[in-house]
Every structure is written in structure tokens, then in C-alpha cells.
Design a protein around this ligand. Sequence first.
Ligand code: AMP
Ligand code: ZN
Length: 504
Amino acid sequence: MALRFYNSLTGRKEEFSPSRPDFVAIYSCGPTVYDYAHIGNFRAFLFVDLLRRHLLFRGYSLKQAINLTDVEDKIIQRAAERGMPIDQYTAPFIEAFLEDLDFLRVLAPEHRPRATEHIPAMLEMIAELQRRQHAYVADGSVYFRLATFSEYGRLSRIDPEQLRAAADGRFDADEYTKEDLRDFALWKAASADDAAAWASPWGRGRPGWHIECSAMIQDLFGPQGVDIHTGGIDLLFPHHENEIAQSRCSHPEGAFVRYWLHNEHLLVDGRKMSKSAGNFYAMVDFRDAKRIKDLLGRGAPEELLRIYERGNLGVAIRYLLLATHYRQKLNFTFDGLLAAEQAILRLRRAAERLSEICGESAAVPEQTTSPWSALSAESLRLFGDALDDDLNISRALAAVFDFVRELNILLESQRPDAGQAAAALNFLVEADRTLDLLRADPPIPGSSASADQKQRERIEALIADRQLARAARNFTQADAIRLQLDQMGVAIKDTPAGVVWQWK
Ligand code: AMP
Ligand code: ZN
């Protein structure tokens, strides 16, 4: 079955056909780094991680960018309140965001452009819009002339005329400089005491938010744009509508974006989790014991700390955010988080049972198909097909847990040999390239040292077993042990001085 995505531009699922065969260009709107990112934001990035991993699974090579919006009005205002330059103000939030992504195992994109590093491209695009009569200057600011773009409203299905009525209703005396109230700012004139301002042909100022993404896409991908553009559903209007207007009008020869994919929101008690509503859990709240203890005071269950100590909190949040289809709303609850860990443990138990059998004797590849390899192959087919269908994660996870159930039934009546166990395990390993749930979180500094020590001893023992297997030229068994270590999150390297290992 062909890969299909729901394209917000057409409002239907479409067969995916990138502009170049086997290669996909993706741009994802990243965070505005004026504060710590909350779990809701990470729903957007986990959806993109699933998309990335599935495209890799299907053999595409990728060029993906997730930007960092490091200049924007709120950033400028807060930095000014603290008397800091904006880069100093945003630095800790950027650092925390990148650590959060690691904590959730989000694969790094090829590019992480920062808006402040692409100001020249923004100036160029604005100048081009002005040359083509799509923009005008008023009081040192530059505005996009909305009436000049006949396709405006196509993505959001908003009639620009209705927009005029809405804009009239909200008439704001500050905005009297605009020709038309619907026009939006491309460049904002700075006042004399503004800390963050850049020189431009129109005087000192700063970019509008929308132009940042259009210019970064132009800089990184050229006028042909990207195959897929993603973002939360709240960005569809006006942000993405304005991106289309800016990019298509400055470079009419380019398609800009072929497929628009939007994720739904994470809710808390039925309301969108957002920084401004104050109902948010910052991701950093889940990354160290002290902050988790603060969460216990805000109604979180004690068990949260236990999950963290078991090294499963990052992966449980990952599961929770991934397990609901990206176009459905997801209500965040702590019960959901506890259930997520249980689901992961169930998976890991199945993988451990199989890898133990693999490790017991030399695995001889199967000569004929057995129920074990048949189950494995069929499950992988169902898993891949489900994700091909607009990343249908519910069906993909059903394939995984049906596999575990059927495996457990089979194990009750038969015992596989090492080769059969390896064949069955293959499905879990392959699916885990996309899900990334089998390994525990990397050990947390300061966590229970004794548990750490025990695990270290177990790793050393497995490495010694592997050396013995290699010495006996039993490479199948050696490989099975390496796989087991891999699932524990351990990477090993053979060096002339012996085997060295580290957490992945
Ligand atoms: P922001 O930092 O607010 O610009 O948001 C970064 C990304 O997170 C954007 O793609 C937003 O649409 C997305 N986002 C913000 N809040 C939520 C939420 N509660 N649930 C899902 N995605 C969100
Ligand atoms: Zn954007």
C-alpha cells in the first residue's frame, strides 16, 4: 500500500509523492524560546519524530529542519525587562529544549536554523515582495498587501472578505498606518530604546514572526520549498497562511509546500495546554527528582517519582504523546502516563524472553518458515501498512500488542530454538527503530547508585559472555548478546584494548 498523508491544503488523504524520488524535504515550525517548552509542544515534535522515522523506515533520505524562533515580540519584551540581550535570555531555554528532545528520544533533524541567523534572507524576501508590489512601507514598518494575493485563505478556507469584517471589528488605533487592516507586518520599526533591532533599508527594526519561517525555508531549501511542512493546528491560521502568501508572492516559480500536516493539541482537563493559560507542565519538570517532587505537590501521583527512578519517565511520556493519532485531541492525565509505562514494560518483557532464548545457544538461521517467523513477518507488514496510512499509530500499536499476545500464547505451547526466537525478535527490533521504547532512559546522575551498580555488573557480565562466544567462533550468539545490550541502551565498541561500552 502506498504512503498517504492527510493534507490540510486539500482536506483529504493523498498519496505521498515527493518532488524528487526517494528524497523528502521537511520543515517543522519549532518553539518560540521565551520560556521552557511544555509537554503539549512536544506533541508537535513527537509527531514529527514519528513521521521522520517512518519515512526512513520506508527508505527515503531526508533533509529536515526544525527552527528555533529566537526573536519575537515576547522574547524582546522579557529580555528587556531583565536588561539582557535576547541571545542571553533565550540561551537556557534553547539548551533545555534540546535536552528535552533527547529525553524524549526525538531524532535530531539535519538542520536547526535559528531565526536570528537568517535576518539577511528575511530582508531579501521583504525587498522582493516590495519590488513585486506585494508589500509597502508605512512609518518604518513593512506590511504585506493582502489584497494582492488571490489565493489567500486557501489553506484555512477563510474568505478574505470575512477577514475584512473581523479586522474592522477589532479596529485598533495603533494600526492606522496600514492600508488595509488585514495586512500583516513583515518588518516592524524599532523604537529608539529597543534592545533587539537590525539595520534594514527601511530603518532599524525586527522581523515579523511569519517572515522568519518563509525566509528560513528559502535559505535552506531554495525556491522549490519543501515536500512537507508541519506544525500544530493553531499555526494553520494565520501563521501558515501568511507563510504561503510571503513565499508564493516572492518566488512564484516555486511550489513552496506540497503537503501541509498539522497536529492536534494536547489538552489538560479539556483545555489546550498553553503557556498563556497557565495550565502547563514544562518538560523540564519531568527531568529531575527535585522538580518531580514539586509536581507531587501539584496533584501528581507518587508513582511518577518511581517511574523516573526506574529510568522510564522520558520513554513513558514519549509513548503517551505518540500513542494517539496526531490528528486527534489528546487529554493529558497522570493515569495515562502510568498506563504508558505498563504498556512499555509489557513490550520489553516479550523482547527479553526472546533475547534470553537467543542467548542460550547458537542461533542457526531458520531453513523453513515457522510460526515464529511467520508471525514476525506478518506483524511487521501490518505495522508498516498502518503507518503508511497517515501514520495510523493506533493500528501500528495494535500490530505490536497483538504480536505480544500471540507470542505469549505460542510460548505456552512450544519453545522456539535460538534461530526461531531471533526471527520472532526481529519484528520487535524493527518496530522499535520507529517506536524507540525498548531501551530505558539513560541513567540519571544522582539516581539510586546501587541500582546503577547492579546494572553495570550485568552489562559487564554480558560483555564477558559475548567475548567467550566470539572466542568460540559462535558469532550468532555473540550478535544476540550485542542485541540484548543494544536493547538495554548500551553501545559497545571493540577496540585493540578490549571492549568499551557507553550509554547510547
Ligand atoms: P510555540 O512555542 O507556542 O510556537 O509552539 C511550538 C509548537 O508546539 C507549534 O507547532 C505549536 O502549534 C505546538 N503546540 C503548542 N501548544 C500545543 C499543544 N497544547 N498541543 C500540541 N501542540 C502544541
Ligand atoms: Zn513557522
